[in-house]
Design a protein around this ligand. Structure first.
Ligand code: HEC
Ligand code: HEC
Length: 216
C-alpha cells in the first residue's frame, strides 16, 4: 500500500471516530454511557457524572431517562431555546453546536447512564425564603404536575427537587414567558402565568435544597 493511501485511510478512520462512528463492528466495541459522556464533551459543561459545574447549567444525574433524551433532542434540533447568556447568545446554543457529533443511539445510552447516577448533594437555603417558596409551590399548582417536593412528577415530566437554584429560576420564568416552548412546556405556561418573579426565586430556593434521596 502506498503511503498516501495509508494516510488517507488513517484520516478516514479518524473522521469516522469524530463523527461518532455509527458503523461499529460489534456491540462490545460500543462505548458505554460514561465514556460517551466524557468524550462527547458533555462533562465540560455538566460536570462529573452529570452533577455540579456551572450554576445555570442543569444537574442531569438521576433525572428520568425519557425526559433527558427528549430534552437533548429538542436542544439539538433548536426546538428548545433559552434566553440569552452574558454575551447575548441563547444558553442552549453552545450545546446545540456540539450535538452534531453525537448519534441518536449514543444519546439514548448517555441518558440511561445519567438516569442511574445518584442525585447531587444539596446545600441548605435561606430558611425564610425556603418557607416562602414552599408555600408558593403548593399554592401555584406545581405539585399537581411535578409532585411533592418536585421529586415525584407525572411520568415523563421533569423532576425538579434538588436541581440548581439559578437554573430552576430561569426555566420557570422562561416557560412562563413562552421563551421555552418545546415538548410539553405549554402544559405549564398557562398554569404559571400569574406567578411573579419574587415568588419564582423563592420556589427555586425551596426546590434547590430538597434532598431527593430523603424525600422519596
Ligand atoms: C457548552 C456547554 C454544554 C455542553 C457541551 C453540553 N451541554 Fe447540555 N446543557 C447546557 C446548558 C447551558 C443547558 C441548559 C440550557 C437552558 O438554560 O435552557 C443544557 C441542558 C441540557 C439538558 C436538559 C436538562 C433539563 O433538566 O432539562 C440535557 C439533558 C443536557 N443538557 C444533556 C447534555 C449532554 C448529554 C451533552 C453531551 C452530549 C451536553 N448536554 C453537552 C450546556 C451544555
Ligand atoms: C400542567 C402541568 C404543569 C404545571 C402545573 C407546572 N409544570 Fe413545570 N413543567 C411541566 C412540564 C410538562 C415540563 C417539561 C416541558 C418539556 O420540556 O417537555 C415542565 C418543566 C418545568 C421546569 C424545567 C425543568 C428542567 O429540568 O428544565 C421547571 C423548573 C418547572 N417546570 C417548574 C414548575 C413550577 C415551579 C411550577 C409551579 C409554579 C410548575 N412547574 C407547574 C408541567 C407543569
Amino acid at each position: 500500500m502506498s503511503n498516501t493511501l495509508n494516510i488517507a485511510l488513517a484520516c478516514a478512520s479518524l473522521l469516522a471516530i469524530l463523527a461518532g462512528a455509527p458503523n461499529r463492528s460489534s456491540a462490545e466495541d460500543a462505548p458505554g454511557g460514561k465514556q460517551l459522556y466524557m468524550t462527547r464533551t458533555c462533562i465540560a459543561c455538566h460536570g462529573k457524572d452529570g452533577a455540579k459545574a456551572i450554576q445555570v447549567y442543569p444537574n442531569l444525574a438521576g433525572l428520568d431517562k425519557g425526559y433527558l433524551y427528549a430534552e437533548m433532542k429538542d436542544i439539538a434540533s433548536g426546538a428548545r431555546v433559552s434566553g440569552p447568556d452574558a454575551r447575548g447568545y441563547p444558553r442552549t446554543q453552545a450545546m446545540k453546536d456540539v450535538m452534531g457529533i453525537v448519534t441518536d443511539d449514543e444519546l439514548k445510552t448517555i441518558a440511561a447512564w445519567l438516569s442511574e447516577n445518584p442525585p447531587p448533594p444539596v446545600k441548605p437555603g435561606d430558611p425564610a425564603k425556603v418557607t416562602e417558596g414552599e408555600e408558593a409551590y403548593a399554592k401555584s399548582g406545581c405539585v399537581g404536575c411535578h409532585g411533592k417536593d418536585g421529586v415525584k412528577p407525572i411520568s415523563g415530566y421533569p423532576m425538579i427537587g434538588g436541581q440548581k437554584k439559578e437554573y430552576l429560576a430561569l426555566q420557570i420564568k422562561e416557560i412562563r414567558d413562552g421563551v421555552r416552548a418545546n415538548g410539553r412546556s405549554r402544559m405549564m405556561t398557562a398554569m404559571v402565568k400569574r406567578v411573579t418573579d419574587p415568588q419564582i426565586d423563592a420556589i427555586a430556593e425551596y426546590l434547590s435544597q430538597i434532598n431527593r434521596a430523603a424525600s422519596k
